[in-house]
Design a protein around this ligand. Sequence first.
Ligand SMILES: Cc1ncc(COP(=O)(O)O)c(C=O)c1O
Length: 810
Amino acid sequence: DEATAAAESMTLARRVWQGEDDAVFLVDKSLHPQIKAVIETRAKPLKIKIIEIEAKLEDITALSEPIFGGIFAQISSLGEIRDLAPLFSLIHERSALAIIACDLLALTIYKTPSDYSADIAIGSAQRFGVPMGFGGPHAGFMAVRSGLERSLPGRLVGQSLDSHGNRALRLALQTREQHIRRDKATSNICTAQVLLAVMSAFYAMWHGPKGLTKIANEVRDKTNSLRNALASNGYSVTSGEIFDTFTITDIEAEKVSQNMFDAGFNVRIIDDKTIGLTFDESITVSDLENISQVFKATAVKDLPAKVNEAFARNSEFLQHPLFNSYHSETSMLRYLRNLADRDLALDRTMIPLGSCTMKLNATTEMIPVTWTEFSNLHPFAPSEQSVGIRKLISQLSEWLIEITGYDAVSLQPNAGSQGEFAGLLAIRNYLDSRNEHHRNICLIPSSAHGTNAASAVMAGMQVVVIACDEQGNVSVADLKEKIAQYKESLAALMVTYPSTHGVFEEAITQICGLIHDAGGQVYVDGANLNALVGLAKPGKFGADVSHLNLHKTFCIPHGGGGPGVGPVIAKAHLAPFLPNHPLDVTAGPTTGPGPVSSAPFGSASILPISWTYIRMMGGEGLTKATQVAILSANYLAAKLDPHFPVLYRGAHGYIAHECIIDLRDITKNTGVSVDDVAKRLMDHGFHAPTVSFPVTGTLMIEPTESEDLNEMERFINAMVSIRAEIADIEAGEITIEESPLRFAPHTSSDLMRNDWNRKYSREVGAFPSEVNSDLGARGKYWPTVGRIDGVYGDRNLVCSCLPISELAIN
Ligand SMILES: Cc1ncc(COP(=O)(O)O)c(C=O)c1O
């Protein structure tokens, strides 16, 4: 979200800084309070010193400390538009990065971050068509000048070429992702806010540059006309250039706020004598008249003056055809349909992605998200106006506590990774409260999810890796050794249960005991809770804190990479250190470390999904779901094992809710890679399983309880058919280079080519399996992109829209 984008911009600036270690980060006093607070939460464990400062040249010149970066708002929290160019050149003189917090709608009429020579721009895309939803989910954004793109945190969508030489979009720079770089990763971001980013993009396509400019001017005109009316009626209001916000001062704030409330409006109380008003395009002329009446002011007839030249934008934007083509409802509908048809989503097929728990997102669970009572609530609306959602939040919290055996929970983190950070921060602050500041080692098994190590570093800890034994379990021998070695400085163990190897580690209670005996805390990564609900409680087998992934176990759809909710849930002794929020005392303990998200309750508007799921299932239903998830995974493992060996099993030969199949011998003997198998599955109409995590050269498959026997049989048949194609290579009947496995996925244009000279027929390419002969009848999924050249894409990083000149056929 916006505040975490701001915090990530700080850490990006720190990463590229080559000067003194003790350089400081400047934070504009006029940033929104929640943004400042999240920056502080993130800065503290990294020992980054923050200086809050006015956006004044003399204040910056007066600073004697080295500076590695500074973040300033183009529009102050109180509404003034500022010219940041002179300030940014002072920051650049210090070789530091200049970061601008900006507003997408305002940017359509005001100067751009690059006009100010900003290095990084951050903000929220919420006002591009995304409901407020009591604070989220919303997509934050972060843009950088060229030269910094490889330092961006998280995942970039980049452009590469497919095997037919066509341009194709893909996730770029995967090699620097957490799974490879672990504690050296650029950030812990995994699940983000993809769906919200996509929604905002569609909003921009629908309105186009002209429509957006019109909306911005409308917002500005309405805001300015009211401000001017109040000014001409003697009120002290913000002077100068304003966009959508201004303040009224020298009034009795509480009383005026009550009058405004009686007239149907919420205002921001800034202090005893000042209130702030902010508008969007939904404000009507009659609303403005009603507000004028509250202030007993008469309207001013003249339209507000044009944007002051000093602040005005004079460059074009969104010129790409995508933003200038779909302005009728029919064309937009068809465009969306066209995109959806390319998507191999859960409504077509099982998505067997291990560690992702791609389960049914039932319509009944989804409907409440659209209800205005949830979607139209402002995150800082008075508590008496948000009774319903608050009740839902507290019930959901109680249920999660009951399910996990913990004592306290915060729903604020916007993803599992953010929950990890919050949980480790709770451990950090708990240890600090006991004067155990020296404890800073976090033990993490080699099989752990990449976010674990990255989060530990963000929480100011050092990572020590624990080996796994041949069964994929944490090596208790190695753990004992590391505990002995780091006994004095041990802060925590971060362990996933059931393990990322898909096995219930029998030693888990012993492992927790060993850590506690050595004075450390146990963090159980709860992303795999789908294998535990109703059967076992982490809070009872020895863990101190966990995060859960509501976007896995509790049915929030993954949205192509987010939104998610990653509650952090803990035993009583860590409860005082869970996240809180400066603008809502009910959001967490007063002793908390500050917020980890912009909004007090994070992505509140999608919580009804998990609430509804739990409410409909009840305790018995949830337990049954877990049992079926485990049974299904074991069924798949048993059926696949004769064809592809299952890598890890528990002591009794069973797995938990997912299984890893090992292709390494096959790859060694035939050259068939996990990519070949994953892509061939697309020809069968299946989404690929998780590839090469946590063990390179393997596939991790998680069916979940949502897949019926028919769908699992279809998957098994596809895998058996792929195994037969591998056998043809083993038998020397075809080489891997000639095999349909290597040419997969088969696009329709590939199959239509005149020069088809493959060693297999077109039918085999498109309809690979006789046993799945109803593939056509079911509505064959046609892959639209051939095999993508990952290396080319990483070498030639393109992660913005192509210029029109590149798209023109002439
Ligand atoms: C075991 C494990 N831990 C942590 C995470 C991170 O969760 P999120 O993607 O919500 O940040 C994941 C996500 O895939 C996971 O599988």
